[in-house]
Design a protein around this ligand. Structure first.
Ligand SMILES: Nc1ncnc2c1ncn2[C@@H]1O[C@H](COP(=O)(O)OP(=O)(O)OP(=O)(O)O)[C@@H](O)[C@H]1O
Ligand SMILES: [Mg+2]
Length: 282
């Protein structure tokens, strides 16, 4: 079964050195498997290692020890370009690397080959049709001609999601990785994005997805699993019913937290009598 996992991390350690030369463990003995049909959310305080985990999952870096398998191949022994074309990714680094003068349509087109450049010579009319479908899916049809630099933050995030969803093949990507897709969005934009994520999950229920977020309110209702990370270690991981609860989420953030789920959506808050603990938390 595990051989068919979209993502498999075994005993993964990522080690770096701080400015004083002291060793830093960005990830510490992480075991994690993501299978088809699973939609994961990754939660954890700033610096917990969430983006590092996503970079590993995208094949963009190798662990110091342990193994990472992505879409059946071991990272380090697979052509990264091929992998990139099979993975849809939304993250700040991609957003920064895209040419600001690209139109919304062109931004989504770059997703066909998973690069930030357009690769015009490889593009075919069928790719334009696929882009139009992806823009429609995330409610960004009206942004097709808008320059990326002119788009609002929320519009940009929707374009990046469309870009991540187009994929090389007719069926779109085989793995979707989203690092804080709702960062910086106001309430209507966030809700539109969460709605777009839910719509895309309904359109491709088999598509394994990992969404990193800071706010439980941003978790799409279609989410099936959660991984809680603290200081590079997995605090808890598993189906959302067991994981997105007050105790594990509180342990993850080092605070007493009340987690509630209403109408399929989650929210978390620190109770007033624990506010005095906030200064030392995180
Ligand atoms: N090359 C590096 N050398 C040293 N430390 C690094 C390096 N890259 C990342 N780090 C540190 O590793 C930790 C984890 O970083 P990461 O970006 O994965 O955290 P994160 O959970 O995504 O945080 P945030 O919520 O703020 O985005 C941070 O403390 C970061 O400063
Ligand atoms: Mg991060």
């Amino acid at each position: 079964m595990d051989d068919h996992a979209a993502l498999r991390l075994r005993d993964v350690v990522v080690r770096r050195h701080g400015h004083d030369g002291a060793p830093l463990l960005l990830l510490d003995r992480v075991d994690w498997t993501v299978r088809a049909g699973e939609q994961w959310v990754v939660l954890g305080p700033n610096g917990a290692g969430k983006s590092t985990l996503l970079r590993l999952a995208a094949g963009g870096m190798q662990p110091s020890s342990g193994s990472v398998h992505v879409l059946g191949a071991r990272v380090g022994r697979v052509d990264l370009r091929d992998l990139r074309e099979r993975i849809g990714i939304v993250d700040a680094a991609t957003a920064r690397a895209l040419r600001p003068s690209l139109t919304g349509h062109e931004v989504a087109l770059t997703g066909i080959f998973g690069s930030v450049a357009l690769q015009r010579r490889r593009l075919r009319p069928v790719h334009d049709e696929r882009v139009r479908r992806a823009l429609r899916l995330v409610g960004a049809e009206s942004l097709a001609d808008r320059r990326f630099e002119d788009a609002s933050q929320g519009e940009r995030q929707r374009l990046l999601l469309a870009r991540a969803l187009v994929g090389r093949g007719g069926d779109g990507p085989e793995l979707l990785l989203l690092d804080e897709p709702a960062a910086g969005l106001d309430l209507p934009s966030r809700e539109r994005l969460v709605g777009a994520l839910a719509v895309s999950a309904a359109a491709r229920p088999d598509l394994p997805t990992v969404t990193v977020t800071h706010h439980l309110e941003e978790i799409p209702p279609t989410t099936t699993h959660a991984l809680l990370l603290r200081a590079g270690r997995v605090v808890d991981a598993g189906p959302v019913a067991a994981t997105l609860r007050s105790d594990p989420v509180g342990a993850c953030f080092g605070l007493p937290v009340d987690v509630a789920r209403t109408s399929g959506r989650w929210r978390a808050q620190v109770s007033v009598d624990a506010w005095h603990l906030l200064d030392g938390a995180g």
